[in-house]
Design a binder for this molecule. Structure first.
Ligand SMILES: Nc1ncnc2c1ncn2[C@@H]1O[C@H](COP(=O)(O)OP(=O)(O)OP(=O)(O)O)[C@@H](O)[C@H]1O
Length: 368
């Protein structure tokens, strides 16, 4: 049986009644500070979905997690889990599963006892505890670690135990604070899919904080982009990526470059510089959010003659680095406009290049 088929089988026996989470008009200021850490936050997470909170350091992600978890109380606004208003309900009565950044496992207990910890606190009978621990060992694919001391585990194994421990007491909401940050980059990539499979099999509404945009895009159903204590934009990862609502959102998520529109020669096309016309969504705005894959640069000496008003423009390489499948860089066009680009070969800074729009997608428009 495959891992996901096994997890689906476990789900049939452990399925929780997933509940939605709703934050309305949440504001919070830390005592003794003058600026609010969060202002007027609305978040809706459908039952059983994964929501990722992303944004620059200090934007309020952890504060929001703590408010949902009940560690802090909002100055304004409400938090509902399912039908219940939880705004004033203390942390121990919220039925929240919390996985902190470093997992905080109990080193003096073995894996089984770590997983059973919350069930003991709930005073569940021992037969039920044993059954639930067995379910979680299976769900998280750690049956062979059951009797091991948590001291002996690898980072990836510790992470699975932490998830199992958080899920064991039937939480209504699972909160993950940088769930993969403690692991090395290769392991993170592999565990990402496993982690979302575990969460989805458990059917629990989940909010995770992450600095890793790839992780947020890959794992979440709903992405909340935060900026300076407010929500800049939210939606599915595809919506936020393909249709950034603001210049800031475009630049933060995936590092788009926002450039001004010079002219609109016809519907679905804008000119951003002499010789550079690009396909756009026509959704309004005086700027466009371009990414490296929207432009291809090649050495000008390869015989492509710039055709001003057509498809090519001349420029100079400002930066170039290897990005795996392609080189990625920046060029300055003769008009002075700087654009990100890809290239199929390495070119030194200062190389004269011709730049072509790749036309592979409709580029989103934003307000400058
Ligand atoms: N205990 C505290 N007392 C006072 N101010 C705090 C406290 N904790 C956080 N802050 C402030 O609240 C704001 C939001 O902090 P928070 O930790 O929620 O941000 P974050 O987005 O999680 O950042 P990071 O990504 O760096 O963890 C910041 O301006 C921070 O300095």
């Amino acid at each position: 049986m495959t891992a996901s088929a096994e997890q689906a089988t476990v789900l049939q026996t452990t399925a929780l009644q997933a509940t939605a989470l709703q934050c309305r008009g949440i504001s919070y200021r830390y005592p003794g500070t003058t600026r609010a850490a969060l202002e007027d936050i609305d978040v809706d997470t459908p039952a059983g979905s994964i929501t990722a909170l992303v944004g620059p350091s200090g934007c309020g992600k952890t504060t929001l997690l703590k408010l949902v978890g009940g560690v802090l109380r909002p100055n304004q606004g409400s938090i509902r889990i399912g039908e219940r208003d939880m705004t004033r309900v203390p942390v121990q009565r919220r039925q929240i599963g919390w996985v902190p950044q470093q997992y905080a496992l109990f080193d003096h207990l073995d894996v089984k006892a770590n997983i059973a910890f919350g069930l003991r606190a709930q005073k569940r009978p021992s037969a039920e505890r044993r059954r639930r621990v067995a379910e979680l060992l299976e769900l998280c694919q750690i049956q062979d670690l059951a009797d091991r001391s948590v001291d002996d585990l690898s980072g990836g194994q510790r992470q699975r135990v932490a998830i199992a421990r958080a899920l064991a007491p039937y939480p209504q909401v699972l909160l993950l604070d940088e769930p993969l940050a403690a692991l090395d980059p290769q392991l993170r990539g592999r565990l990402r899919a496993d982690l979302s499979a575990m969460i989805r099999a458990a059917g629990v509404t989940t909010i995770m904080v992450t600095h890793d945009q790839d992780e947020a895009l890959a794992m979440s159903d709903h992405l909340v982009l935060m900026n300076a204590g407010r929500i800049e934009q939210s939606g599915t990862p595809e919506q936020v990526w393909h249709r950034p609502g603001t210049s800031w959102a475009a630049e933060f998520l995936g590092g788009a470059t926002v450039v001004a529109v010079e002219d609109r020669p016809r519907a679905g096309r804008v000119r951003i510089s002499a010789g550079v016309e690009i396909p756009v969504r026509d959704d309004g705005g005086d700027g466009v959010a371009v990414r490296a894959l929207d432009f291809a640069a090649a050495p000008a000496s390869q015989g492509e003659v710039p055709d001003v008003g057509g498809e090519l423009a001349l420029g100079t390489v400002l930066a170039m680095e290897f990005g795996g499948d392609r080189y990625r860089g920046r060029v300055r066009l003769e008009t002075g406009l700087e654009l990100p680009c890809t290239a199929s070969e390495y070119m030194e800074v200062g190389t004269q290049v011709s730049v072509r729009a790749t036309h592979h997608r409709e580029i989103p428009e934003v307000t400058l």
